[in-house]
Design a protein. Structure first.
Length: 384
């Protein structure tokens, strides 16, 4: 038995092979079907698509081999000889060929007697492996059959290249998605910073100016207590209402308590305000850590805020229950008894997109369920 020599530029050939990331990959329908065609055309009991690694021959697809047959050592591989040339290698009778007469695949009972293999050539010109047909009796191939085997090897090469392109495209798409998530997160952070600035302006300047105006109106009222002025009283009441509205607006734009109180208290305050504005009965269930990071608290706050807005606009609900479990992961559930929707016909709107975008940036998971008879549940899991 003669062991095959190494191809020229073996290191570059191996580098090209590894670039395809084909070794030890899962079975793929396209390769299996192409090999079935080859076995059927030639009427051979065995066929294989294999790739030659540094010290082994690894099989991508097999016909007629045992189910657990995955690889052989390179020194006894027939295909190690095939990749030494770009031509089809045909061995009509292995017992009469000095390279294979003592090969263990030849000497065993019902061993290999016929072998024909065409190299799988990459676009860089390296022979990475082969597609081969095998029989346990000697036989010959016509010129047309030899040409067909070469065509089949070309198709395997194209499959390999297409597989690489698809992998690179997927990788590029994932990188683009990650970049978009980073950009979105940056946009959200800038948006929150701007809202905090507006909130501070409302709270520290506008509200304080209104408070000063209220103080002066009270002084004027005291100075004229013997002659009550209806217009002065109306101005005082309007200023009081305006102060309340400015404070509520400041809280809704950017909750100033975000870094100072527990998440439960923060969400509870929002729910109380929502209930007073809509007359929808709201319940809060909370379990787990009392405090979470400011960033997580902000995201949870905005998710709940967005879903409550969705419920207010579309659900016609009378009850909402918000449940938060701040454990190893943060779990959020928002359930309403509104109209519901047919999940099979559901289309995401801008409201849900706001929620989904935040969840994706946090690498969390979102599920939404509903029934045609009513009710909806939004479930969010955020890793911590």
């Amino acid at each position: 038995m003669r062991i095959a020599s190494l191809p020229p530029s073996e290191e570059l050939r191996l580098q090209d092979l590894y670039n395809f990331d084909i070794l030890d990959s899962q079975p793929e329908k396209e390769f299996d079907e192409l090999l079935e065609i080859a076995a059927s055309i030639y009427g051979c009991p065995m066929a294989a698509i294999s790739f030659i690694d540094k010290e082994r021959q690894w099989f991508k697809s097999l016909v007629g081999f045992p189910g657990n047959f995955e690889a052989t050592t390179r020194d006894i591989s027939f295909c190690s000889h095939t990749i030494l040339s770009k031509d089809v290698m045909i061995v009509e009778d292995t017992t009469k060929d000095e390279r294979f007469s003592e090969n263990p695949f030849t000497t065993k009972v019902d061993g290999v007697r016929f072998y024909a293999g065409a190299p799988i050539v990459s676009t860089k010109g390296y022979c990475l492996g082969s597609i081969c047909i095998i029989d346990n009796k000697p036989r010959e191939l016509t010129q047309e059959q030899t040409r067909m085997l070469r065509i089949l090897s070309d198709q395997v090469s194209k499959l390999l290249e297409l597989r690489l392109k698809n992998r690179l495209l997927k990788q590029k798409a994932e990188e683009q998605l990650q970049l978009e998530k980073i950009l979105f997160q940056k946009t959200v952070q800038e948006y929150e910073t701007e809202k905090q600035s507006i909130s501070a302006e409302l709270h520290e300047n506008v509200a304080q100016s209104l408070a000063a105006l209220k103080f002066h109106l009270e002084l004027a009222e005291i100075e004229n207590k013997n002659a009550p002025n209806k217009h002065l009283q109306n101005c005082k009441e309007q200023v009081l209402e305006l102060i309340k509205q400015v404070r509520d607006l400041s809280q809704s734009v950017a909750p100033s308590l975000l870094t100072e109180v527990e998440l439960k208290d923060l969400v509870s305050g929002m729910l109380n305000q929502f209930q007073s504005q809509t007359s929808i009965n709201v319940q809060l269930g909370y379990e787990g850590d009392d405090t979470v990071s400011a960033a997580t608290a902000m995201d949870v706050y905005r998710i709940v805020e967005a879903q409550l807005e969705n419920i207010k606009k579309h659900a016609r609900a009378s009850q909402v229950k918000v449940t938060i479990h701040a454990l190893a992961d943060l779990y959020l559930s928002i359930v309403d008894n509104g109209l519901g929707f047919d999940a099979s016909r559901f289309k995401r709107g801008s409201g849900l997109n706001k929620v989904l975008s935040r969840v994706e940036v946090l690498q969390g998971n979102l599920e939404i369920t509903s029934g045609v008879k009513g009710g909806c549940e939004l479930m969010v899991t955020i890793p911590r």
